[in-house]
Each structure stands twice: as structure tokens, then as C-alpha cells.
Design a protein around this ligand. Structure first.
Ligand code: SF4
Ligand code: SF4
Length: 173
């Protein structure tokens, strides 16, 4: 029987300007190697990238390390959070992740090259366990200056049953 869950995350992503990608993503250890490898071996496809597509970043006292770089982007949706920058990950083109597009184009799993955090997103990890976003605190909420990240995204209210493939990914990764 067809999955009739209209709250599936894909349905949300289709109408979204990829808000979650606005600041790029902090990378896990093996993400960088995997990404550099696919980019360097497929220069034609990834010709849109700047040379420094991976940079060092730091955000408040919460995140620090290698991350994907960002580029400027004008968001059209008037509900786009005011405290988010008008930027996007350098891998995002027309609201699509080109690491995912490259894998799909080659008949591979869309998750093959993407950073792990992006594959399990919007699940939130706390002490080795994953949760649907609204089940835990938005740890990026640092007050007025920046009142949160995941809690401002269109997919925030999705329930466990809407995020089956993301939970599945966390079990196998
Ligand atoms: S913010 Fe949520 S709905 Fe929008 S693209 Fe990202 S995961 Fe999909
Ligand atoms: S790697 Fe892909 S999914 Fe992750 S932030 Fe960049 S464009 Fe978005």
C-alpha cells in the first residue's frame, strides 16, 4: 500500500527554500574526507563551488570546527526568520543539495556523500540518542539575539512517524 503520510518531510522540503542550509553545516570527522574526495574527482559537476568550500567556523560557544562555507542568498518567503542570515551552504543550488543530486544522478543513495548531520536532519541528537525536533530543547536558542534554529524551521513540528527514513538512517550510519 502507498504511504499516505502527507506529513512526510519530503512534502515540506518541496515547498521550502532550504532554510536549514542557510549557515552550511558543521562536519563530522569523516564527512570532510568523503566530500573532498567526491568534489576533487568530479570537478566538472562541482565547478560551481568556490575553492574554499570547506572552512573553519565558530558559532558562539556552541559550535566550532570544519564546516561547509556559505554564499549569499535572498530568501523570498516573508516568514523566513529575521535572525537567520541571507546566506546558504555553498553546496545548495536552487534549494537543492548538490551532494545529494550528484549521488542520485549516479544511481547511488542520496545520503552517500552528504554530511551525516544533513542526512539525519531535522532529528536532534542528545547523548547518543536521536529525537524528533520538538521533543527536545532548541539548543541554539541563546536568547533575544538568536532565539533558536530548528524551532524556526517549517519541519519543526513533524512527528516520529513523519521522520521514519531519518530514524532509519541513524540506525544504519
Ligand atoms: S528546513 Fe526543513 S522543510 Fe525546509 S528543506 Fe530543511 S529539512 Fe526540509
Ligand atoms: S551539505 Fe547539502 S544538505 Fe547539508 S547544508 Fe549543505 S546543501 Fe544543505
Amino acid at each position: 500500500m502507498k504511504n499516505k503520510n502527507i506529513n512526510k518531510i519530503e512534502n515540506y522540503c518541496k515547498g521550502c527554500e532550504a532554510w536549514c542550509c542557510y549557515d552550511g553545516v558543521y562536519l563530522k570527522e569523516d564527512d570532510e574526507l568523503r566530500i573532498r574526495d567526491v568534489v576533487e574527482n568530479n570537478k566538472e559537476f562541482f565547478a560551481f563551488l568556490p575553492k574554499d568550500y570547506i572552512v573553519y567556523g565558530k558559532w558562539e560557544n556552541l559550535m566550532e570546527g570544519k564546516k561547509t562555507n556559505t554564499k549569499s542568498k535572498k530568501y523570498k518567503n516573508p516568514n523566513y526568520p529575521k535572525h537567520f542570515n541571507q546566506t546558504t551552504c555553498v553546496f545548495c543550488v536552487n534549494n537543492k543539495c548538490m551532494l545529494q543530486e550528484f549521488a542520485i544522478k549516479n544511481g547511488e543513495s542520496g545520503w552517500k556523500y552528504k554530511p551525516k548531520t544533513c542526512c539525519s536532519f531535522p532529528l536532534q541528537k542528545r547523548e547518543e540518542k536521536y529525537y524528533e525536533p520538538s521533543a527536545v530543547d532548541d539548543y541554539c536558542n541563546i536568547g533575544k539575539k538568536y532565539p533558536g534554529y530548528v524551532s524556526f524551521l517549517p519541519c519543526y513540528k513533524l512527528k516520529k512517524e513523519d521522520l521514519k527514513s531519518e530514524f532509519e538512517y541513524t540506525k544504519n550510519s
